[in-house]
Design a protein around this ligand. Sequence first.
Ligand SMILES: Cc1cc2nc3c(=O)[nH]c(=O)nc-3n(C[C@H](O)[C@H](O)[C@H](O)COP(=O)(O)OP(=O)(O)OC[C@H]3O[C@@H](n4cnc5c(N)ncnc54)[C@H](O)[C@@H]3O)c2cc1C
Length: 377
Amino acid sequence: MNYFPDGVVDVDVVVVGAGQAGLSAAYHLRRGGFEPDRDVVVLDHAPRPGGAWQFRWPSLTYGKVHGMHALPGMELTGADAGRPSAEVIGEYFAHYEERFGLRVHRPVDVSAVRDGEDGRLLVESSEGTYAARALVNATGTWDRPFWPRYPGQETFRGRQLHTAQYPGPEEFAGQRVIVVGGGASGTQHLMEIAEVAAGTTWVTRREPVWREGPFDEEAGRAAVALVEERVRRGLPPRSVVSVTGLPLNDATRRARESGVLDRLPMFDRITPTGVAWDGPESRTLDADVILWATGFRPAVDHLTPLRLREPGGGIRVDGTRAVRDERVHLVGYGPSASTIGANRAGRAAARDIGRLLQRRPGALDGAVSSPPTPAGR
Ligand SMILES: Cc1cc2nc3c(=O)[nH]c(=O)nc-3n(C[C@H](O)[C@H](O)[C@H](O)COP(=O)(O)OP(=O)(O)OC[C@H]3O[C@@H](n4cnc5c(N)ncnc54)[C@H](O)[C@@H]3O)c2cc1C
């Protein structure tokens, strides 16, 4: 890496985010000849390895995680299915980073990415500014929980929380809990909380769609194609469950039989003591807790200065490359927002960036050699 006189560090590639997608990109970039801390810098604002997994609730054990694909080049073997996935995957990622010498800088927050001079992208971070020729954005969705707004929400006297703050079921012992949202997280919360709560109620905007049988490769491809189509049209990506449906397995079958997964349509308003449905069949329901399992949005606000968004609100990508800026790749975004998709996207981004940078080699005038962290720490 080189320093410019103003302390900005010159580097070929910055990877923002060290979850599955960022680590896959870093691994493939390294294989393509980009040396960590010389040609590529990986930044992550979380305190520990593990991407968003480190923040998932303790009762989400490794055994409850379905279809977690290993990172490229190193299997995850012998994990205890009863341990929290946050621990198992956190340790696995830590080992992975070390084994491949990926040298993730953390906790380092990226606040903005802007257009710089000479075709550079200026990546502004809490450890200083990097001037990069290319960017891999791998920031996932965990940092942007989505809370829908309903009339009266601020008047509710009970507790409101989002999946991103879910602590596990124990805190809801003896309480009346409303879970909002038709995704996998919502059903998992309900099944756990129902064991200890005084009562649970499930409300969703749309009638849930249950999926019989295994989610095989063909079904996976079909689901990815649907999300891809939206992203190609410049629309914000939909949640995975909107295209895959909810899995019917022994646990969900039992919960449906016992009534835990009986669903009500969305309420119209929130009252100080609960929720209310208006209209001909108007009714109210008292509750102590409203748990919003209403999903997440891509955490891409720091890319705003680059004006990548389409009028539809999404960022159009061709493969992983942003259509509006060929230096920017989005991995783990839209169709690649799964562990297998993130792996593939990391490889594709590394390959494209390798090609792009071969077309534009050479260091900038005025740069001087220096150690690998920018000024302004
Ligand atoms: C509850 C839950 C269960 C899931 N279960 C499965 C499953 O069983 N199988 C499956 O395939 N997928 C599952 N998924 C989806 C899966 O987790 C993701 O698709 C994949 O792991 C995400 O990887 P990622 O690298 O894109 O994002 P993340 O793991 O979210 O990593 C993003 C990283 O970017 C960092 N970051 C974000 N913003 C910034 C910034 N501005 N500056 C610096 N760093 C930043 C974060 O700290 C984080 O470490 C699940 C998702 C959820 C929410």
